[in-house]
Design a protein around this ligand. Structure first.
Ligand SMILES: Nc1nc2c(c(=O)[nH]1)N[C@H]1C(S)=C(S)[C@@H](COP(=O)(O)OP(=O)(O)OC[C@H]3O[C@@H](n4cnc5c(=O)[nH]c(N)nc54)[C@H](O)[C@@H]3O)O[C@H]1N2
Ligand SMILES: Nc1nc2c(c(=O)[nH]1)N[C@H]1C(S)=C(S)[C@@H](COP(=O)(O)OP(=O)(O)OC[C@H]3O[C@@H](n4cnc5c(=O)[nH]c(N)nc54)[C@H](O)[C@@H]3O)O[C@H]1N2
Ligand code: SF4
Ligand SMILES: [Mo]
Length: 863
């Protein structure tokens, strides 16, 4: 299949919609309708990176006529070749026009009618009326509430609901932050400890193309990393590789690549992996030489010093410690994979060389995600596929999993003084930024894990591993910037309860582009500009080869202002010193960030200036820098919408993870406690002991997850028809980037985001496609339309995560089906959220049937 046909499968109909301009959008009606006629000639194509948080950073082009985007397309600025692929966007990126110009836009500052300093009637949050207010009044109210709260309760009363640190609250005296992995589950903690690093674990795409077998384990880039990633896997496929996908459903990547599907129930991957190990050991298929030379803990003969005689992996698999050999028959009863398929998978993984084994983040976002991640590495290492071309054992971090290696081009820091300023979230070289919340530094990150955030506020205390039990007294929730942590954190029911309980949250402020649930449940809502409304430098992406530059496309819509402006105005009202806010003004920094971007020298590993900047450029664009020599002219970067490195399969950027270590383990030991890959890891046990949330085994084992299959099976055997006997996965759905663009109606129409259920299960429940089902568990109740399909394993249901909560106040049911209405706030490992170990009961809904999402109205508050 050609690349064009391939991507077309996912984007065609949506692109048609995006192009046809069919939108009920009032912005266009008001401003654009009469000038579409004949106006095309006056417009210009401008580029902008897609800023949606799938992190592919694809190239968008927008046709701007008289300050309004009237058409969109993606990258066609150079020929599409494998060495220089166009940075093509998906249906979401191409529908950004519908998001930016959505009726859901927050149009002006608003105050909740029954809010007053101290909270007012908090029981009305999320259902109160709104009053339009002016910017000055809004900012005065926010500032005076901040002052009152600080004086009354101190800085620990401020809670930051953003994904990133808040420079304003930091400079105002500090705040309680949120920490704990959401994205990567248990991977970072396990990887950093047992193999010495989490980042740059994948090989370069040209290495991937040389694999003979590609195993994608709980990975679905066809939805979660569209860009070019599935296309890169397809290169291996076309060169003759076999592709296998291990997932609880026949996922879209499996479909697109014509891959073999190995079904496995959610959170039971550990059992499947253990059985693969069993088959390899039974048939002596493991790469014993690799295990002996590079790993510790595989067998009794290779235990780390000081731990001789303790449990080893081989004997665990053979059943020496628990009388349970981890046979395919044993595993099959847990993971649901047929024994024959397990043996065949083990055989293929052990004997096809080179193999690229990529683990998704999703299976590590489970209650037993830590044991899974460690088992995954162990079984991968048993095949010896490390440090060689085409060979890889990695956790695929979105697109990074397909494109490992250091960035060849990297965005500049603008005027950010990265190292001179401890208050600021100057995101440094890639790597730091995603770990911010996972890394716990008590000095910098005083906080509460997201998984127990709402529970802790409700209970007024939190058990912290450093300080033990300590009081929580958050009175003010803050979000002036991107993020939707109200909707996106586990335990939505408790979140709503907290917001509506008198005496808890007195004030909540939120800046937003759209009237998201975060905005709906706030007291003051401030309209924020979208990235189309300022010159945004580069959008940070996981693509090492290309930087896509974002021009300012349109003026701020309605009364929107940038978060930066809002924060500065608040700082002035609060007498806060803004000199620490060195990064963030998009209008001032956009061009400087672009002009200070850097290019990797593969010989030295140094980064050198990429862009040639003249004095004229400095003056014309008010760049905060001196003129410099680079390899591409400043104006050419604007003209080309960025800069892309032309690659080839023999170039010096081809990266193979852990090659140094494999070439010479003595000279280049890993930064682990033993210098080797740790199948037995006492460092891991100690690391968990520090966090003191849960414990872990030194060798990886299959451990049933809370809300896992075993509980589902017990519920099923109990015979109660609507017991919680279905395992639910919340996937990262093609139609939305979490909660962003979840309400874009054209996308809703193309991708229904129904609950996918096996057709035999549906039949037994009396449910058919398009019926409305009630999904319940002790955490909450939701409704969703049903799609019965044989693509999902029996006993499993799939729903796209990120839907907006739509609470029916009479029934108490979330009619939006936010998956987090059904997730529990469990604490584990280093505080990661558990999103895919969720048990639900399903039954036909006997109330009013739900309409398809695309037919349900937007919020559209006009005052
Ligand atoms: N059940 C379940 N929950 C999950 C997950 C899951 O798999 N299952 N996944 C988790 C993961 S991996 C992640 S990363 C998180 C994501 O959690 P978040 O990043 O908090 O969620 P988003 O929905 O992406 O939030 C983006 C919001 O910010 C707004 N926004 C975007 N840009 C700007 C801006 O410049 N200024 C302002 N003021 N607003 C802006 C958008 O309109 C949108 O409402 O969700 C997590 N939640
Ligand atoms: N379209 C879109 N793309 C996105 C995002 C988005 O919201 N929308 N979010 C971005 C972000 S921030 C992140 S962190 C990444 C997340 O990327 P991922 O974590 O890779 O995405 P998911 O869709 O959660 O899961 C991938 C696949 O794993 C399967 N899976 C889930 N649980 C299990 C399990 O226990 N075992 C097995 N074997 N398979 C399982 C799911 O069915 C799914 O098909 O995606 C990024 N890309
Ligand atoms: S793949 Fe991601 S970054 Fe690219 S256009 Fe789609 S949503 Fe945007
Ligand atoms: Mo994420």
């Amino acid at each position: 299949m050609s690349r064009r046909a391939f991507v077309a499968a996912a984007t065609a109909s949506a692109a048609a919609l995006a192009m046809s301009g069919c939108s009920s959008n009032r912005v266009e009606e008001a401003k654009g309708e009469e000038r579409v006629e004949g106006a095309l000639a006056d417009g210009a194509w401008k580029t902008s990176a897609c800023w949606l948080t799938c992190h592919c950073g694809c190239k968008n082009q927008a046709y701007v006529v008289d300050g309004m985007v009237i058409r969109q397309k993606t990258d066609d600025l150079h020929e599409d070749t494998i060495n220089m692929p166009q940075q093509r966007g998906c249906v979401k990126g191409r529908s950004l026009r519908q998001f930016v110009m959505s009726p859901d836009r927050v149009k002006y500052p608003m105050k909740r009618k029954h809010w007053e300093p101290g909270g007012g009637d908090v029981t009305l949050r999320g259902r109160d009326e709104w009053e339009r207010i002016g910017w000055d009044e809004a900012l005065d109210l926010v500032a005076s509430e901040f002052k009152r709260i600080k004086e009354t309760y101190g800085n620990q009363a401020f809670g930051n609901l953003e994904l990133v640190p808040s420079p304003l609250l930091a400079a105002y005296g500090g705040y309680v932050s949120m920490w704990g992995q959401q994205s990567k589950g248990a991977w970072p903690l396990i990887a950093n400890t047992v193999k010495g690093s989490f980042f740059s674990a994948a090989n370069d795409r040209f290495s991937l193309a040389k694999a003979q077998l590609v195993v994608l384990w709980g990975l679905n880039p066809m939805w979660s990393a569209l860009g070019s990633n599935t296309y890169f896997i397809q290169q291996a496929r076309e060169a003759g590789a076999r592709v296998i996908v291990v997932d609880s459903w026949f996922n879209p990547t499996c479909q697109a690549l014509g891959a073999d599907w190995v079904p496995c129930r959610p959170a039971t991957d550990g059992a499947l992996l253990a059985a693969i190990a069993y088959h390899m050991i039974e048939n002596n298929l493991q790469d014993q030489a690799f295990l002996d030379a590079y790993c510790v803990g595989f067998d009794a003969e290779h235990m780390p010093e000081g731990h001789e005689g303790e449990e080893n992996f081989k004997d665990y698999i053979l059943g020496a410690y628990d009388d349970t050999p981890k046979t395919p028959e044993w595993a099959s009863m847990i993971c649901g994979t047929a024994p024959k398929v397990i043996r065949e998978l083990a055989e293929a993984m052990a004997t096809t060389k080179p193999m690229t084994l990529k683990g998704g983040q999703a299976p590590a976002r489970n209650g037993n995600g830590d044991e899974f991640a460690h088992l995954f590495y162990t079984v991968g290492w048993m095949t010896g596929n490390v440090g060689k071309i085409g060979a890889e054992v990695s956790c695929a971090d979105g697109s990074q999993g397909v494109q490992g290696g250091a960035d060849i081009v990297y965005e500049g820091m603008g005027t950010c003084d990265l190292f001179g300023n401890e208050n600021v979230n100057c995101t440094g070289p890639r790597g730091d930024y995603t770990l911010e919340k996972g890394k716990y530094d008590p000095d910098q990150y005083y906080g509460i894990p997201g998984a127990v955030w709402w529970q802790s506020i409700k209970e007024g205390q939190h058990v912290d591993f450093e300080r033990g039990t300590h009081p929580v007294n958050i009175k003010c929730l803050y979000k002036i910037g991107a993020g939707a942590q109200f909707n996106q954190n586990p335990d939505q029911t408790t979140a709503i309860e907290v917001m509506r309980t008198p005496g808890l949250i007195e004030f909540r402020v939120c800046s937003e582009i759209v009237m998201s649930p975060d905005a709906q449940f706030s007291d003051i809502v401030l309209p924020a500009t979208s990235p189309w409304e300022y010159a945004g430098g580069y959008t940070r992406s996981l693509n090492r080869e290309a930087l896509v530059f974002s021009e300012k496309l349109i003026e701020p819509l309605f009364e929107a202002r940038s978060d930066w402006d809002i924060i500065i105005d608040l700082a002035n009202r609060l007498d806060v010193d803004t000199s620490s806010f060195v990064y963030g003004n998009p209008d001032a920094d956009g061009y400087t960030i672009m002009a200070t971007s850097v290019l990797l020298d593969p010989k030295t590993g140094d980064y050198n200036p990429l862009v040639t900047v003249t004095q004229q450029d400095v003056d014309e664009y008010q760049l905060a820098m001196e003129p410099q020599e680079g390899v591409v002219a400043f104006k050419d970067v604007i003209k080309n919408g960025g800069y892309q490195v032309e690659r080839n399969e023999n170039d010096e950027f081809v990266y193979i993870a852990m090659q140094d270590f494999v070439d010479d383990p003595k000279t280049n030991p890993l930064p682990t406690e033993t210098g080797k890959l740790e199948i037995f890891s006492s460092a891991l046990v100690n690391r968990f002991a520090v966090f003191n949330t849960t414990s872990v085994n030194p060798i990886p084992k299959y451990v049933p997850s809370i809300e896992g299959y075993e509980q589902a099976a017990a519920a099923r055997d109990g015979g109660e028809p609507d017991a919680c006997r279905f395992q639910m996965i919340g996937v990262h759905h093609a139609r939305q980037a979490h909660s962003a663009s979840a309400e874009v109606k054209s996308l809703n129409e193309i991708f229904a985001n129904d609950v996918l259920i096996n057709d035999l299960d549906a039949q037994a429940l009396g449910l058919a496609t398009n019926d409305t089902a009630l999904l319940t568990n002790p955490h909450g109740r939701t409704l969703r339309r049903v799609q019965a399909t044989s693509r999902v394993m029996p006993g499993v249901v799939i729903v796209g995560q990120g839907n907006w909560t739509k609470l029916n106040e009479e029934t108490g049911v979330d009619e939006g089906c936010n998956v987090n209405t059904l997730t529990g706030g469990y604490l584990s490992g280093q505080g990661q959220c558990q999103f895919n170990n969720v048990l639900v009961g399903i039954s036909p809904w006997d109330g009013e049937a739900l309409e398809s999402d695309y037919l349900r109205p937007n919020i559209d508050i006009e005052l």
